[in-house]
Design a protein around this ligand. Structure first.
Ligand code: CP
Ligand code: NVA
Length: 339
């Protein structure tokens, strides 16, 4: 018997534009089916008898709830293993943990510290590994962001509102290419994942981060190569006004990621002038109907209440879409066995 290597979901950089579109398209089918079409949701329950180990070494609200509820919907069991519960990197090497855990479950969803940890897990695991956040990337978040942007454009262009998903006739490949996204904030895992996904699907990206806050060289190289292929533009600046020019969507994230709490005072000083406000969008010349996104959790310093709770804000549909996109990834990797 030749055992096939499982397909993992470590970063969207490992997938083609068509595969990313497929994840989103399928996530929308799941959302429509779960919320509006099936009297008895997901009757076939394809994960019956299967277990997903959810190994998180950091806190989580959205990713955990999305994952556990998605697995329940598919009929499986999500086994949450927090850093206090198992030996993950504390009393046992990550290598031994991955071999042991993967021998008993059907998939692993892991939130780790350094990116090398998720890479090691994937290398040694005999079942699909999904990256639930590493210091470098956050792929399930960025799939949800693409889905949310697609829905917004689809609803806008077809003049429909709210949850009218049954009217979904457009494919993400029709809505996403040609848009422009502005990032105003830290050079962290969220913008790095955006950089390896958005230019590939034809979305231009402008990044404003303070002096000294720079993305990894390999991430920038991927973004540049993808942008060249699709015709998307890329801009890196320290001026938020410059980044938001002509933006359809403005995105930010916390200035203090998990594990950086000690740098709070320094960071609050260095990010001065980076708060997303109506005034910033106006001064910089964002598109008249620009929208706002944020992966959450949010602090008011990076975006004020006026923007965050306004009609421009897509943050809550974006959070809900974590569930449908994670469901789509689990379905593709664990139920269908990959692409
Ligand atoms: N956006 C996100 O990953 O949120 P959680 O940390 O709450 O999972
Ligand atoms: N950049 C944040 C994202 C949290 C979802 C962090 O790494 O803590």
């Amino acid at each position: 018997i030749v055992s096939k290597k499982p397909q993992h979901f470590i970063t969207t950089a490992d997938f083609t534009a068509d595969q990313l579109f497929d994840f989103i398209h399928e996530a929308i089918q799941h959302k429509v089916q779960a919320k509006y079409q099936y009297p008895e949701p997901c009757k076939d329950r394809p994960l019956t008898g299967k277990t997903l180990a959810v190994m998180f070494s950091k806190r989580s609200t959205r990713t955990r709830v999305a994952t556990e509820s998605a697995v329940a919907y598919l009929g499986g069991h999500a086994m949450f293993l927090g850093s206090q519960d198992i030996q993950l990197g504390v009393n046992e090497s990550l290598l031994d943990t991955s071999i042991v855990v993967s021998s008993m479950v059907d998939g692993i969803m892991a939130r780790v510290g350094g990116h090398h940890e998720i890479e090691l897990l994937a290398k040694e695991s005999s079942v699909p590994v999904i990256n639930a956040l590493s210091a470098k990337y956050h792929p399930t978040q960025i799939l949800a962001d693409l889905m949310t942007i697609h829905e917004y454009i689809h609803h806008r262009d077809n003049n429909i509102s709210g949850d009218q998903y049954t009217a979904h006739t457009q494919h993400p490949r029709e809505t996403l290419p040609g848009l422009k996204v502005a990032w105003v904030g830290d050079a962290n895992n969220i913008i790095q994942e955006i950089l390896v996904a958005f230019p590939k699907v034809g979305i231009s990206v402008s990044v404003a981060a303070p002096e000294g806050y720079v993305c990894d060289d390999d991430v920038i190289a991927i973004a540049k190569a993808d942008a060249q292929k699709t015709g998307a533009s890329l801009l890196f600046t320290t001026k938020p006004e410059e980044a938001v020019k002509d933006a359809d969507i403005i995105i930010t994230d916390t200035w203090i990621s998990m594990g950086q709490e000690d740098e709070k005072v320094k960071r609050l000083q260095e990010f001065e002038g980076y708060q997303v406000t109506m005034d910033l969008a106006k001064r910089g010349g964002a598109k008249p109907n620009w929208r706002f996104m944020h992966c959450l959790p949010r602090k008011p310093e990076e975006v004020d209440d006026e923007v965050f709770y306004s009609d421009r804000s897509l943050v809550f549909p974006e959070a809900e879409n974590r569930k449908w996109t994670i469901l789509s990834v689990i379905d593709r990797l664990i139920v269908k066995g990959g692409f």
